[in-house]
Write a protein of this length. Sequence first.
Length: 156
Amino acid sequence: MALGWNCLGNLAGYADMAELHGAYVSAYGDEKPAKVSNAVSMLHRFAQQISAGDLVITYMPDRRVYLLGEDLGEYRHVTEDEWVDRYANIRPVRWLSVVSRDDLSKAVQNSLGATLTLFSLKHEVVSELQSHARPVGSELLPDAGNAQLSLPGCQV
């Protein structure tokens, strides 16, 4: 999985959130305080708090499915020739299962519609996702002639 904010460089290189906050404001201007705080907090969590074995989820809107995967525990900031799509901040993930959005209750669908890029899920949401999960399979294979399938922030 991957995040942008590429011009901030290696997110793991900041001594603390205050330093990251200063770099964010320098790079992206002085936006509304809540927006800056949300972005800095999310970037910090992405680089420093996700651990190997953590469950991660991404949504594929064109296919109306969620991918569930396992974080492999290694945040990296990569050079442009290694970008995932256009993103330089990456975490390798093993994608394990897929869940159709249409199989989920409205309450879970709504909780997954958060406006933040990175957020924690309640236990009940994770349980429902896992109860509808099926192994990643042919529905995620690339079309004939394509070498890989590009997903939001990941490659399968």
